[in-house]
Design a protein around this ligand. Structure first.
Ligand code: AMP
Ligand code: ZN
Length: 461
């Protein structure tokens, strides 16, 4: 498999550190708002990277973080000059920081499931890794990479010779090009906070004791600390949106490599941005669309998944309602076609199409090409039952839940089992309900409980 590495700026052969398990980390959401569809484009990329590795027979160990503390708003030229996003939102909604993060984490996880994204081994919360972050600062301090100012402990980027390797902007470049330096106590414009002291005049909701004083960790630090704690000093792949490359990811590299002395990440995979109607998403334009917004217009998470797959992850994608409609039409067409296919669980899976599909993905995740192979398969003249089994195999990568759209009748005895099971569940007789669920599985059907209390019966493949 070949993939573009932002660090070397080349498409490279992927070579895992450990053949048994590929270590992947993706920067997750700051949980003070609902995630928008641009965010979901990036999370889909992390999902597809996991899936393509799985298709190549590799297992992955995947971690995604939830930023519930320490992410500050940018002000002018200063990327961390503003208020804490979570604390500010808490104030605005008249809730505690904990209530805010819980609410938006629940919203995120529910959408995450609906998009059918690869479940990480863990969603790590920054607030649960405070000790790791303090230890990391202590290590950096011991090694002479830090200095203290009146508002926090900073990383001295001039001490890291490779600073700028990922972003392409060295400490000197930034110095020369710097406009207003917002924080005059910083030695270099590129220096960043590892620990921020709580303001003297205000009590923060989220703050901790540290050897340097009461405060909270800087945003960049959390990702390093969680990667090191959960995956180790060196990982295979780090995913994120392209906006994070210049500062956040460059800083992650600086902290981690200075602390461990080892290479932090072998492959940096950055997703291009999603724009809306040719421009940026913004609150004032009212176009910061969430999954809920697209559902209100009659589209599904799967329609959006399909839309995202029509473009290369490295190409900017412009979202319009027309493109959304086209994606839905295409996906519905696939449902319609496969819904009419005869089923035969023993029908042969076409190796030819699986290979073509995989070849496209192995070529730097060429998703538009892979989708073209899907359509070629559907139009081919191999037996329908083979086409069906083949597309279901391909859907292990696409994640479009196509198995829910194949045409089959649920036999009466299975419907009866499901109805009876629902009665048991209603009355809290869980053991009997469970026996019935297993009975259905033995007969080749899965009864899936839906969040609204109803259920769906699916054929087992
Ligand atoms: P944030 O919550 O802003 O930190 O963003 C979470 C993730 O979504 C990061 O990986 C960002 O790079 C990514 N992201 C933010 N906006 C967009 C966008 N318009 N298109 C694609 N990815 C985005
Ligand atoms: Zn991060």
């Amino acid at each position: 498999m070949r993939i573009y590495n932002s660090l070397t700026k080349q498409v490279e052969d992927f070579k895992p550190i450990d053949l048994e398990k590929v270590k992947i980390y993706c920067c997750g959401p700051t949980v003070y708002v609902h995630s928008h569809i641009g965010n979901w484009r990036t999370y889909l990329l992390a999902d597809l990277v996991n899936r393509v590795l799985n298709l190549n027979g590799l297992k992955t160990d995947f971690i995604m973080n939830l930023t519930d503390v320490g992410h500050l708003f940018e002000v002018g030229d200063d990327p961390e000059g503003g208020e804490d996003k979570v604390e500010k939102q808490a104030l605005e909604e008249g809730k505690t920081a904990k209530e805010i993060t819980k609410f938006y984490i629940d919203s995120f996880l529910s959408d995450y499931k609906e998009f059918n994204l690869t479940q990480p081994r863990k969603f790590t919360k920054a607030s649960e890794y405070i000790d790791n972050q303090i230890d990391l600062i202590a290590t950096l301090e011991e090694k002479g990479y830090t200095y203290e100012t009146s508002d926090g402990v900073y990383f001295d980027t001039s001490k890291f010779k490779k600073y700028g390797e990922l972003s392409g902007l060295s400490v000197e470049d930034v110095k020369e090009g710097a406009r207003v330096e917002v924080n005059p106590e910083k030695k270099n414009s590129t220096d960043f906070a590892l620990w921020k002291f709580s303001p003297k005049d205000k009590k923060r909701q989220q703050e901790w004791q540290s050897p340097w004083g009461v405060g909270f960790p800087g945003w960049h630090l959390e990702c390093s600390a969680m990667v090191l704690a959960e995956l180790g000093d060196s990982i295979d792949i780090h995913v994120g949106g392209e906006d994070l490359k210049m500062i956040h990811h460059q800083n992650e590299i600086a902290q981690s490599e200075c602390a461990t002395g080892k290479k932090f990440v072998n492959y940096w995979v950055h997703g291009a941005f999603l724009s809306i109607d040719g421009g940026k998403m913004s609150k004032s334009l009212g176009n910061v669309y969430t999954l809920n917004d697209i559902k209100l217009r009659g589209y599904t998470a799967m329609d959006l998944r399909y839309l995202f797959m029509t473009a290369s992850y490295r190409a900017p994608l412009n979202f319009t309602w027309e493109s959304m409609q086209n994606a839905q039409n295409s996906l519905r067409k696939i449902y319609e076609i496969i819904g009419s296919y005869e089923q035969d669980p023993n029908a042969e899976i076409s190796e030819k199409y699986v290979k073509k599909f995989k070849d496209a993905l192995d070529d730097d995740l060429n998703m538009p090409e892979a989708l073209a192979v899907v359509w070629e398969l559907l139009k081919s003249n191999i037996p329908e039952s083979s086409k069906l089994n083949t597309i279901l195999k391909l859907d292990e990568f696409m994640g479009l839940k196509l198995d829910e759209h194949i045409g089959y009748e649920i036999p009466d005895n299975i419907s009866d089992i499901a109805k009876m099971r629902k009665e048991y569940r209603k009355n809290g007789i869980w053991d009997k309900a469970d026996v019935l669920r297993r009975e259905a599985v033995d007969l080749g059907y899965i009864i899936e409980d839906l969040p609204d209390g109803t259920y769906k019966i699916k054929k087992k493949f």
